[in-house]
Write a protein that binds this ligand. Sequence first.
Ligand code: APR
Length: 246
Amino acid sequence: MKGVAEEIIKSKFCIALTGAGISTESGIPDFRSKNGLWNRYDINEYGYLQSFLKNPEKVWKMLAEMAELFEKAKPNPAHYALAELEKLGLLKAVITQNVDGLHQEAGNKKVIEFHGSFNTLTCLNCGKKYSKEEISLKNLPRCTCNGILKPDIVFFGEPIPTKALNEALELANKSDLILVIGTSCAVYPAAELPIIVKRNGGKIIEINREESELSYLADYKLLGKAGEILPKLVEEVKKLMKIKER
Ligand code: APR
């Protein structure tokens, strides 16, 4: 833990890549763990844009469940720890694969939503945008033109939002340290980001409950719950900063 804290303090441009694992302690299941979403909903029938277009009512059952969980979810100590790291000037940005908005709620200002966000929805017919607050998400929502509303989240088979992709690539190329937190690193291009940092001579710190597909590349691996590890890491960073100040 001390070595990791030292890496963060001496880094010039540290960013974080987060996945569903950082939100499980907020009550939102991840995707690939045993009680993950893809173990309850077949990814081929619910995870693709085509799945939604072919049978929106069916896919909406999963989306409504997610929306309800997001409604009830609050940031957990892992989210707050990253907000504190940003306040300390040690974390330049969070690139998240999550669509739950919990990083912003915890106070992080620079958050790149790599897989979009559930906060807004778009009409597939006329393109009109809605915020999730102004409609009921219980049943498949429709536009005033009667078109189907799709949440602005990235389904498989959809491109990463251009602005988010460009910003994330620019941040990764500027980073000498990336914290990879709560992600299996199974999905590209998100999983490319730590590889870019490493290729540029930077370091990877992985904080995950178990090994991920990029663990072999990690310079440091802190295995365990993000909600327990990150607050301890921030305490260690603050302790070392005080020592350095003397
Ligand atoms: N603390 C640390 N790690 C955790 C915790 C926790 N409390 N809970 C779960 N994890 C770990 C799991 O062990 C797993 O390695 O987080 C990882 C979550 O991996 P996935 O379920 O694959 O989620 P993620 O990596 O975010 O998936 C990427 O896939 O389906 C798409 O668009 C979806 O953004 C998602 C993408």
